[in-house]
Design a protein around this ligand. Structure first.
Ligand code: HEC
Ligand code: HEC
Length: 167
């Protein structure tokens, strides 16, 4: 008679041998294929994962509105960068949108902008492109209300990766 314990022992031994064989085969298969990569080569930050780097803060060298050159758009339909300081105009609220205060000058669309003047918002910002395209209203359309959703401030940050994109 074989006792239950003895059967269990035999099963255990069998399992252990199987596992050992699988591990051996797996080890033999990949031992020479694994190439170690230094953690400092893994991401955009050229430091190890345990380092506590001190990143350079990106600066904004812009002046108050009226003092800055506009920035060339990267491609024709790109939202132009904001070339001036905006801290005093944020956050944008339902009843308080300083950007509109200055840039809502539809009568000036198409005319030459004098130095120091705000650029008028384009006709697209007064047109409900989804429901009523072609009809320029006198009101800024809700979808354009939160200007900073599309327009970003120009900063002096060094690009992490060189951008070779051309129009
Ligand atoms: C006090 C008036 C004023 C306010 C408020 C203001 N702007 Fe301006 N904005 C200007 C002027 C003036 C320029 C022209 C560039 C310059 O001189 O800074 C300009 C330029 C821009 C441009 C560049 C347009 C182009 O021709 O390339 C964008 C985009 C812009 N502003 C977005 C905004 C947004 C978004 C806000 C709100 C967060 C805002 N502006 C608030 C006056 C203003
Ligand atoms: C959904 C994205 C989006 C939002 C929101 C938005 N814009 Fe624009 N804006 C654009 C794009 C894209 C352009 C350039 C293409 C065009 O003419 O429509 C542009 C162009 C402009 C220009 C330059 C016009 C010119 O003649 O060069 C100004 C100024 C401007 N926007 C101001 C604003 C202001 C102020 C707000 C908030 C009230 C705002 N935008 C909200 C996408 C947006």
């Amino acid at each position: 008679m074989i006792g239950n314990e003895e059967i269990e022992m035999k099963l255990h031994k069998g399992t252990l041998i199987m596992v050992a064989i699988i591990l051996l085969l797996a080890g033999a298969g990949c031992a020479d294929k694994v190439e170690e990569i230094e953690d400092s080569r893994l991401g955009l930050s050229k430091t190890g994962v345990y380092a506590t780097p001190d990143p350079v803060l990106a600066g904004i060298s812009a002046g108050e509105p009226g003092e800055n050159d506009t920035v060339d758009a990267y491609f024709s339909a790109a939202p132009p960068m904001i070339p001036h300081l905006i801290e005093d105009f944020l956050p944008i609220r339902i009843g308080e949108n300083m950007c509109i205060e200055c840039h809502d000058i539809p009568d000036s669309i198409g005319s030459e902008r004098a130095a120091g003047d705000p650029t008028p918002m384009p006709a697209s910002h007064y047109t409900d492109l989804r429901n009523d395209p072609g009809n320029m209203t006198g009101q800024v359309i809700g979808a354009r209300f939160t200007c900073v959703q599309c327009h970003a401030q120009q900063s002096d940050a060094e690009p992490l990766v060189a951008n070779t994109y051309r129009q």
